[in-house]
Design a protein around this ligand. Structure first.
Ligand SMILES: [Zn+2]
Length: 247
């Protein structure tokens, strides 16, 4: 049962998805990798919307150049741990949500420990590098956890959701991570983070509630330059590694 406070807090969302779905959301655990440009709006909206537990992986400290787009943090936060700041900010926003911060970067080595420790209902990528996006994809497939992955560059973004064993995965589209280049900063417009991070939060919530209209077998390409939102149909690649793990 939702408390009176919760009914008031989530009033407008309950008008959209109903009280049962709001209750269901509060039983779910989401694992988010990254609390930067994409991760800030993602974590803020997942927390405001009332997921049960949000696990956030982040190792970085706040720099001045983060503040142009990473809306979880303030000017006075420069030099401080993003994970600890995120926990305080998100807890202040909604104390009903259990916020777990992990000050490590998710790796193939440490992932099993965390995925066995926590019952994760949804994996969501808010990283800024291809290695992590592929890792999150592979973990979703291996542990059969629904996943959403997004990427941003300049005014452009793309987003895909995956139900392991049922829909095309990130590798079905992109194959292998591109060869590592020098770590030059990726150009990013602030609002691109807001739009793609919010779309990710929306995909996670719909996925947790079992809603059908999602970005499955579909890559949504967003151009905030032209204003176009373009859906590209994606087929499962029968030769993709995700097809060998079906059971
Ligand atoms: Zn695949």
């Amino acid at each position: 049962m939702l408390s009176n406070d919760e009914k008031e807090r989530y009033q407008r969302q309950i008008l959209t998805i109903g009280e049962k779905n709001q209750q269901m959301l509060a039983t779910k655990t989401v694992l988010q990798v990254g609390a930067g440009g994409l991760g800030s709006p993602l974590a803020l909206y997942l927390t405001a919307a009332g997921v049960g537990t949000l696990i956030v992986f982040e190792t970085d400290t706040v720099s001045l150049s983060n503040l142009g787009r990473q809306v979880l943090y303030s000017t006075e936060d420069v030099g401080k741990s993003k994970a600890i700041l995120a926990k305080h900010r998100l807890h202040a926003l909604n104390p009903n949500v259990n916020i777990i911060i992990i000050e490590e970067w998710l790796t193939r080595e440490n992932a099993p420990t965390y995925l066995e420790k926590y019952h994760v209902d949804y994996l969501v990528d808010a990283s800024d590098n291809f290695e992590t996006k592929f890792l999150i994809n592979d973990l979703g497939i291996q542990y059969k956890i629904p996943t959403t992955i997004a990427g941003i560059s300049g005014f452009e973004g793309q987003i895909l959701s995956i139900i392991p064993g049922q829909s095309a995965c990130y590798r079905c589209i992109f194959g292998e991570p591109p060869k590592k280049k020098d770590a030059a900063p990726i150009p990013v417009m602030s609002p691109t983070c807001g739009v793609l991070g919010s779309l990710e939060a929306n995909e996670v919530i719909k996925g947790l509630l079992g809603m059908k209209e999602r970005l499955l077998n579909t890559l949504l390409m967003v151009s905030l330059d032209s204003g176009d939102f373009t859906k590209i149909k994606i087929n499962i690649n029968p030769k993709c590694a995700c097809q060998n793990q079906k059971s």
